[in-house]
Design a binder for this molecule. Sequence first.
Ligand code: GAP
Length: 432
Amino acid sequence: MLKNLNSLVSLCKRRGYIFPSSEIYGGLSACWDYGPLGVQFKMNVRQHWWKEMIHRSDVVGLDSSILMHPSVWKASGHVDGFSDPLVDCKECRFRFRMEKEINSCPKCGSKNLTEPRDFNLMFKTHAGPVEEEASLVYLRPETAQGIYVNFLNVQTSMRKKIPFGVAQIGKAFRNEITLGHFIFRCREFEQMEMQYFVSKESADKYFEYWMEERKNFLQKIGLPGTSLRPHEHDKDELAHYAHKAVDWEFLFPIGWKELEGIHNRGDFDLTQHQKFSGKKMNYFDSETNSSYIPWIIETSIGLDRLILALLCSAYKEETIGNNESRVLLRLNPQIAPVQLAVLPLSKKEPLKDLSYKISAVLRKKWRVEYDETGSIGKRYRRQDEIGTPFCVTIDFDSLTDNKVTVRHRDTMKQDRLAIDQLQDYLNGTNLF
Ligand code: GAP
């Protein structure tokens, strides 16, 4: 397990996973850019979540806009209640978020602090050319509200009966005060949320159901069960909308922290939107002949935070004999950005030609990187570091015996096999 984030941050930069945003200008706090490997990795993780949520009969998808009518955020309680208590140290002028356990400045230790005052975390901007109160809009701080305001559109167009869910992936923005810890807490991040509409009577049952479903997903995608634990929010921790909230926490190098939240939001959101919009948010249940505002069970995870958890648990440093060591990312092969590396022992013909042909065939099915530069040892180290599950090495014997070597990332075991058996061999691995 990774002891601190520094070595991961440097690997991510060195190998093209994640770069600081606007780095040539000194960076922008809590904003990050995903490089060529990072963007592919992120896409794979996103697709896994989407498939898990949408390949079922009771959940459909949605992609709502980031900018919404400002009344949405009044109704949701975010304008009045989505704030952090901000405190200034009167000695060193450090500004920070007041936590229960903090009574002195985290920077200089002084107890000479200002009274906490509420700081709203929503980013504001203006729609249209005139910057006035009437044109004020917010960058959404959660994707959930886009689903609530479309509840009736989705339910009627898709003829859905309760219980059913709506899943959405998209950017969210929060003007966070507490920063640091790499992509754990960003000001611009991506959420993967699912809102499950249920009757009041079945809310507890579905809460438990989604707790289990989400844990299974987190384990399937690559997080060990021992690094996950539930944490139920006390009354004073609960968000303004929640009846009950339990987090799946992950053991990050910075300690146990929230990874995904499961929330029973009751009928708070739909009731509020009914009140503020004047539009009925009722669902008509034809079986019981009754009409009611559904309750909502929400599952909400930050894609960037999941990426961090996956990278942290995949990161390993190993000694491999003769005082040699290697760093590797033991990523689930299905989500690894590069699944196969094709490595000719020499960049000269005819090895190059054969290697090109092999990579072209494999690329039809898998994400393949072709690399002919540097010693084979260095190339293996690089593939280990970026988490490539298999390397296919083509050597001079390949030209006569029509065989190649497949090297396994985790065990470094090597198998020699015929080129025409390569695809069958790979089909039998855990690349799917
Ligand atoms: N719709 C409910 C909601 O937004 P939340 O607990 O505020 O609930 C849900 O956020 C998830 O979004 C968190 O568990 C976390 O994974 C992710 N998240 C929240 N704020 C984040 C931030 N500033 N940077 C990265 N991820 C964040």
